[in-house]
Design a protein around this ligand. Structure first.
Ligand code: ADP
Ligand code: MG
Ligand code: ZN
Length: 607
């Protein structure tokens, strides 16, 4: 908007200057008094004329007294003839020096045309300026229905990402290499009568590299890459989204072969027919437009649509139908080997100590996504810089794990003596219950230093990547959750708010065991409740699809799971009360205990 005002001002100024110049020029020409031809003849006869300059039909008269006059002769006839008609004295005429100046054609024409041409020129200039602005995208006012897609051409050097920058994801890469091949060499496939897929959907948890991979595909294929995020389609005004969709596909078609990438597809592609409100209406229209466009281009027209989502479950089935997003590429969280490679990739531009051991860090970070690991590598570098080190060392990498996992340490969060004691027993309770049960992951660290929102924490990490979880693991996990609460109750016979978060997590887990995983003996292997999205803001509400009696049973089962877990925790802590005291005392003294030390402590004989 600012630039529009600026342009208008500039145009207005130019206009002012030019019109000013014009009046000035005109004034000069008109300073000489206009006289009639007969008056001129009179003056010639009176020998008052010094000189007459003839320019075309215009006469500029210079009188002997220095005055300047001007007049025009009759067209078609020569001046002398004209003057004779008015009765000039031929002798006197000779005294008035006649000076014929040929008017140059160009100047004559310019003089005649310029007054009309100039305003036109200015207007034209102004419009040209505006449209140039609009193309640059600075004129938002005129580009409402245009897609906001960012175009990355293959030549764009700065943001180039190749498959080499993507660690792991072997299957996904293979699948996408095929897409690259389609774009580079479509004939190879069409010759055999194969139809090139229209749409590929990248599915994976947040931070697993969906966006990264899509950009790598574009670079590898060497075709223009239109990238747009699903949320950019949804605006306040109904109809904008579908206009943008149309514009996006039109531009892509002009640039075929090309890749169109719609990130966060679930923002538009959610199931139709549920929910209310304007945002919903808009989304539905946009989705319909995408479906129309996907059906509209021929299978082999050289456009491939890439979509990315972390919620494939909410996508409209129409999007996933054959002929649309008919291919799915699943991106998993990185395993041990991939985590090491991701760390390596993101440390390429960092100065590292020679004895850096990425494997150790990878081992300690199961469940981390690629984005988490990239963040970890960066945090380590920041930490090393803050410590004025010349290179990043292993300790910085190690310490960054917790920072990424739990947020920054809050050393300033000072606990009173009593609070510290409670926190120590609370965390010691978690740790001891955890160490006493068989289906749990080893304790990595126990700490009562506040981190992020937590006042203290017990960090436990699996030794291996795990994809399936058993009922016994969940049962033990519930007991560990209750460990803090049980310890507070046992030692102080009092509960603090510090346990609230644990209880919430435990209840949530217990509910999932009953309603989703079919792990309750009473209710059996049935799932209860369907997750649906309802409402203007797209909130999710669990849809009750069971009777009141079942609801009562579910609640009873949840309570039973929690109660059992509490009993387990309480029994362990009562039996090992001395051990509990030992861990808590150590925590009060040192504030944090690392894995090795904790294991030593557990083995130590209690006096
Ligand atoms: P999303 O799946 O949410 O789109 P992104 O592609 O945006 O995730 O990933 C975020 C960042 O995480 C990337 O920019 C990259 O730095 C890092 N990353 C994620 N996965 C990988 C991977 N497999 N290899 C290397 N870096 C990765
Ligand atoms: Mg993304
Ligand atoms: Zn706790």
């Amino acid at each position: 908007m600012m630039s529009l005002i600026k342009n208008l001002l500039i145009a207005f100024l130019i206009f002012l200057i030019i019109s000013g110049l014009f009046t000035l020029l005109n004034n000069q020409a008109e300073k000489a008094e206009v006289i009639s031809l007969s008056r001129l003849v009179e003056q010639i006869n009176l020998e008052q004329v010094n000189r007459i300059v003839i320019r075309g039909d215009k006469l500029e008269i210079e009188l002997k007294n220095g005055d300047k006059k001007t007049t025009a002769k009759e067209k078609e006839i020569s001046l002398t003839e004209s003057l004779k008609n008015y009765g000039v004295d031929p002798e006197k005429l000779k005294l008035a020096n006649l000076d014929v100046k040929e008017e140059s054609g160009l100047i004559f024409w310019l003089g005649a045309i310029l007054p009309f041409l100039l305003p036109l020129l200015i207007v034209a200039l102004f419009f040209w300026y505006m449209f140039r602005g609009a193309q640059k995208g600075t004129m938002q006012a005129f580009s409402f229905g245009r897609s906001k897609a960012k175009l990355f051409t293959p030549k764009d050097g700065k943001e180039k990402v190749t498959f080499n920058d993507v660690a792991g994801l072997k299957e996904a890469k293979e699948e996408l290499e095929e897409i690259v091949e389609f774009l580079k060499n479509p004939k190879k496939f069409t010759q055999l009568g194969a139809k090139i897929p229209k749409g590929v959907l990248l599915v994976g948890a947040p931070g697993t590299g969906k966006t990264l991979l899509a950009r790598a595909v574009a670079t590898e294929a060497g075709v223009p890459f239109f990238s747009v995020s699903g949320s950019e389609f949804i605006e306040l005004f109904v109809g904008v989204g579908s206009a943008r969709t149309r514009d996006l596909f039109q531009t892509a078609k002009k640039n075929a072969p090309a890749l169109v990438f719609i990130d966060e597809l679930d923002a538009i592609g959610r199931q139709r027919g549920i929910g209310l409100g304007g945002a919903h209406e808009e989304r539905e229209q946009t989705l319909n437009q995408i479906l129309v466009e996907m059906d509209g281009f021929e299978p082999n027209s050289g456009i491939i649509l890439l979509g990315a989502t972390n919620r494939p479950d909410v996508l409209d089935p129409a999007l996933l139908r054959p002929g649309r997003f008919d291919r799915r590429v699943v991106l998993d969280l990185p395993d041990l080997k991939d985590r090491e490679e991701i760390l390596r990739i993101h440390s390429r531009d960092k100065v590292l100590a020679k004895d850096i051991n990425f494997k150790e860090i990878a081992e300690r970070t199961p469940g981390f996504s690629g984005a988490d690991l990239a963040n970890l590598a960066n945090e380590a570098a920041i930490l090393a810089a803050r410590r004025n080190k010349k290179e990043v060392e292993q300790t910085e990498l190690r310490e960054s794990i917790e920072k990424v996992l739990l947020g920054p340490e809050r050393k300033s969060h000072i606990l009173s003596k009593k609070e510290k004691e409670i926190a120590a027993y609370h965390e010691a309770g978690h740790a001891l219950v955890n160490a006493s049960l068989t289906h749990t992951d080893p304790v990595q660290k126990v700490s009562i230093i506040a981190r992020g929102p937590a006042a203290g924490y017990t960090l436990k990490l699996p030794i291996q990547d795990r994809h399936l979880h058993s009922r016994s693991e969940f049962i033990d996990e519930l007991a560990v959750f209750m460990g803090g609460y049980a310890a507070e109750k046992l030692v102080f016979n009092e509960i603090t708010t510090g346990a609230a978060n644990d209880l919430e997590k435990a209840t949530d887990l217990a509910r999932r065991l009953v309603t989703q995983y079919g792990m309750s003996e009473k209710l059996g292997p049935t799932t209860y409740g369907e997750r649906e999205e309802i409402g203007f803001w797209g909130q999710e509400l669990a849809n009750k699809n069971y009777s009141e009696e079942v609801a009562v049973q579910i609640d009873k089962e949840i309570t039973k799971f929690i109660d059992d877990a509490f009993q387990t925790a309480q029994k362990i802590l009562t039996d090992k009360r001395k051990k509990l005291d030992q861990i808590a005392k150590k925590l009060i003294k040192k504030e944090a205990i690392e894995r090795k030390e904790f294991e030593r402590l557990m083995k130590k004989k209690v006096k």
